[in-house]
Design a protein around this ligand. Structure first.
Ligand SMILES: *Cc1c(COP(=O)(O)O)cnc(C)c1O
Length: 455
């Protein structure tokens, strides 16, 4: 039989090397324990970024605090710092225990990036950071700004006029476009967002209302990114936010770890070998979850255990890491369609930059069916009053899957964690949702309730 080759091997050969591929290709839910997971101390020196880089990003965001609190009044209470709460979800926890039949020891907390100001998703971290960094560099180069200025001057007409000579371009499945679009338009840049086929209508409409140019593509995310890259290359005053390779996006996301450490301390929780932290991060191209996992590893090292979650139809990071081929393979290569209700995760080819950064830091990846996302978001909405988009619900089931899956339990055993579960902290990362129009949220909720009845 003459089989098409994927990164040099036939599907049969790939499956022989990695039997889990059988289930992945059948879009069954899987749990993958990362065989390359390594002690932090052996990994850190090999990486191109370090804690200092994350702290620099945090300092830059602080400089922009006065500007942000000026132009986005919703950030005034936090002095222009874009951050989200961590909350206890004990009612949801009880429900999860009941529907899974699995007792959950330890704390279950939700990191509510769905409530991040300005863009309502995790993209408000990396996306806004990168736009601000670019603006700062341009203004400093022009001699208009110095590092110790009060950055609220950036809101004046002089700066808006200056920035209007420059443009920003990005490709997105929706939320990165929202974040980059809203921030760029506010500071004065011309901005174009190339949206993939997955992008929701309301996200495009909202952006157009803000004066953002939205280009709609009938192709998927990686193609939308390609189109954006081409457009930006043709214009010297144009800056392309490269979701597949950007170090700045990654660092902007990583700042979340510094903030989370403070938030846990304020709740009297200190991550340690006796009190391990487990985080469950929904993954698209990888930058958001990768940056956050990287930041958390810098702070908590072997006491934090990071898991990514992907839809069964778009497990691009899983395929990239499992095959070791990163962006040389796509979900389509393995016959998957990359169609998922989790629009924020509808990515067919993962970032190689992120894959390489995390390949020894990540504990594992699990995949989840779309229907479960609706069910989970419906329970969370009903019991905790928190509204999430489907992508953002993917981490909610992580603690249960960790305990119920054979490979999950083995991970716990191999890392001497079984005896520590009573004191463990589990944090599903809720990555988006507060900007959903209420009717869309209601439809998601109703759909989840319908699926619950059919179970
Ligand atoms: C973008 C996104 C993610 C994943 O981030 P990546 O950087 O693409 O991996 C998760 N959830 C939501 C809601 C998102 O918009």
């Amino acid at each position: 039989m003459n089989q098409r080759l994927i990164a040099g091997k036939s599907i049969t050969e790939w499956k022989a090397d990695h039997p889990l591929l059988e289930q992945i290709i059948e879009t069954e839910e899987v749990w993958w324990a990362n065989p390359n997971y390594t002690d932090f101390s052996e990994v850190i020196d090999k990486l191109s970024l370090e804690l200092k880089d994350v702290e620099e990003a945090e300092a830059r965001l602080k400089r922009f605090g006065p500007y942000l609190s000026h132009v986005f009044p919703e950030t005034r209470p936090s002095k222009g710092i874009i951050e989200s709460p961590v909350v206890n979800i004990s009612d949801f926890k009880k429900k999860l225990e009941r529907i899974s039949g699995q007792e959950l020891l330890g704390e279950l907390l939700l990191k509510c990036d769905n409530q991040l100001p300005i863009a309502g998703s995790i993209k408000a971290r990396g996306g806004i950071y990168e736009v601000l960094k670019h603006a700062e560099e341009l203004a400093i180069e022009e001699g208009l700004l110095s590092l110790d200025d009060d950055y609220s001057i950036l809101a004046t007409d002089k700066f808006k006029e200056f920035f209007s000579k420059y443009s920003i371009v990005v490709g997105s499945t929706g939320n990165l476009g929202l974040s980059i679009g809203i921030m760029s338009a506010k500071i004065g840049f011309k901005v174009t967002v190339h949206m993939s086929i997955d992008a929701k209508e309301w996200k495009k409409k909202l952006l157009r209302e803000q004066g953002v140019e939205v280009v709609e593509h009938t192709a998927d995310y990686n193609q939308a990114v390609e189109e954006g890259r081409k457009q930006a290359e043709a214009d010297a005053k144009s800056y392309f936010v490269d979701d597949e390779q950007s170090v700045d996006l990654f660092l902007g996301y990583a700042v979340a770890a510094l903030r989370l450490k403070e938030q846990l301390a304020a709740m009297d929780l200190e991550v340690s070998s006796e009190q391990p932290l487990f985080v469950y991060l929904p993954c698209g191209v990888g930058g958001g979850p990768g940056g956050i996992a990287f930041g958390l590893k810098l702070l908590f090292q072997d006491n934090v255990h990071c898991f990514f979650v992907e839809p069964t139809h778009s497990p691009c990071m899983l395929l990239g890491l499992l095959t070791g081929q990163h962006n040389r393979v796509s979900v389509q290569d393995f016959g998957l369609d990359n169609r998922t209700a989790a629009d924020g995760l509808a990515v067919g080819r993962a970032s190689a930059f992120v894959g390489q950064m995390i390949e020894e830091l990540l504990s594992g990846i699990y995949t989840i069916e779309d229907q479960k996302l609706y069910i989970l978001l419906s329970y969370l909405f009903e019991l905790e009053g928190i509204g999430l988009e489907p992508s953002a619900a993917a981490g909610l089931v992580g603690p249960v899957r960790l305990l119920n899956e054979k490979a999950g339990r083995e991970y716990l055993k191999d890392n001497n964690l079984l005896a520590k579960l009573e004191d463990a902290i589990h944090i599903p990362w809720a990555t988006g949702g507060s900007m959903l129009p209420s009717q869309v949220m209601e439809d998601y909720y109703q759909h989840g309730c319908q699926l619950r009845r059919e179970l």
